[in-house]
Ligand binder design. Sequence first.
Ligand SMILES: Cc1ncc(COP(=O)(O)O)c(C=O)c1O
Length: 493
Amino acid sequence: MIRSSIDSKAKSLHGDLSSDTFKKYATEAVDWIAHYLENMVDYPVLAQTKPGEIKSKLPNSPPAKPESLDQILSDFDKIIIPGITHWNHPRFFAYFSITGSYPGIIGELLSSALNVNAMLWKTSPSATELEEVVLDWLRQMLGLPEEFDGIINDTASVGSLCAMTAARESVNLQIREKGLTGRDDLPPLRMYTSTEAHSSIEKAAIVLGMGQEGICKIPTDEAFRMDAKALEREVKENIKKGIKPICVIATIGTTSTTSIDPVHEIAPICQKYGIWLHVDAAYGGSAAVVPEMRPLFNGWVQADSIIVNPHKWLFTPIDCSVLYCRRPEILKQAFSLTPEYLRTAAADEVKNYMEYGVALGRRFRALKLWMIIRSLGQEKIIHIIREHISYAKKLSEMIQEHPDFELLAPVPFSTLVVRFIPDKKLDESKINNLNEKLLDEVNKTGKVFLSHTKLRGKFGIRLAIGNIKTKWEDVALAWEIIRKQAMEMKNSI
Ligand SMILES: Cc1ncc(COP(=O)(O)O)c(C=O)c1O
């Protein structure tokens, strides 16, 4: 009797939930997920909350005693859900539309249960070997040659940082060993990207000690593509001044317009001057699975490193970003640092992923990607991405036919930038204000969520298609809402 009361006390103080309790609530959570994903359209896409509203409903300090899962899940519904912007909604068209698909969610669930750390082969051989295999599958799907070796990072921001570190390592200036500060034996270093590159590239330069001035932003042409001639001019002039070019970062699918840098023109320049070529295809890369889209990727096989984010347009729950590297040994040279407590006997025969990036601890992200690729299959993946591209093409034709709207950029993938011009005589700042207001009104309907960008001073409304559940009807509804709100504004001008 005494023993059992000690046992139950010990359990309540130290134990996790019982497996029966887990089963009950996990089943409830899975039912909730299925219902949520099936009835997504009932939610306003963009959270309709005010700053601080969610915090005000939460206690300031943690509970001292256990709380029931009934209560916690009820608060999840009542407090947390109203403050959620529904990224998994088929009418989420902002930023880059993404998907946490069912097989991906199952992968995340199982990965949490295993809770392995994929830092060393030994710490879970399956996690390492599955990552190797699934990234080789993805490489084949993307049409990249065999020499590209992949690693999964959380984000493209981190993947690009790693690639740029490898680029810096490749020039043998002993920066890994001696650093950058207080050295008079180093030339000024330069990396090059376009004015349309993602901010993560500049951030990586900051982290790498190159500074914002260490990144040279090459101008773009009328279609927002890097001007390769201007790049070569800049590189030549810099070399003449004693500056050392170490990396060019080209983008296939820039963030604002999804423009495509002419990688086939940039690659020979990089080869000529011995510069590392990194291609950021975080969003656009997934479209390479579609055979007829491959010409847009002309030249990327010559890159030293490439980023593709399955968590953007490959139906993988965030986070999962793949960095492919043609010379993984340089990535390893840049990052490998193995203290005694992480040494393993089989180090020469296996891959220890911790040696190829910043993070030691690594989630088992390959599992969800494996489940997605297997359960959808290549043909279905190609079909869905092809559909998204066709919706964008159809919508861009409709926009071009409308007298009060214009496209601000070409539409190579599934993202459009559009603006409303009710009267050609209005000045630019008035048109910008109108479009900002229009976007606000459209988003306030809760039926769709779109974001914006500014292109050469022009405010544009951005609509990105990429969710697995998005159908043409969803895109058509977004266009109908935009037109309706715009016409109301036009009538009140
Ligand atoms: C072209 C491009 N590169 C990099 C990123 C950064 O991605 P992540 O959030 O994975 O760091 C983005 C994000 O939208 C992007 O559009």
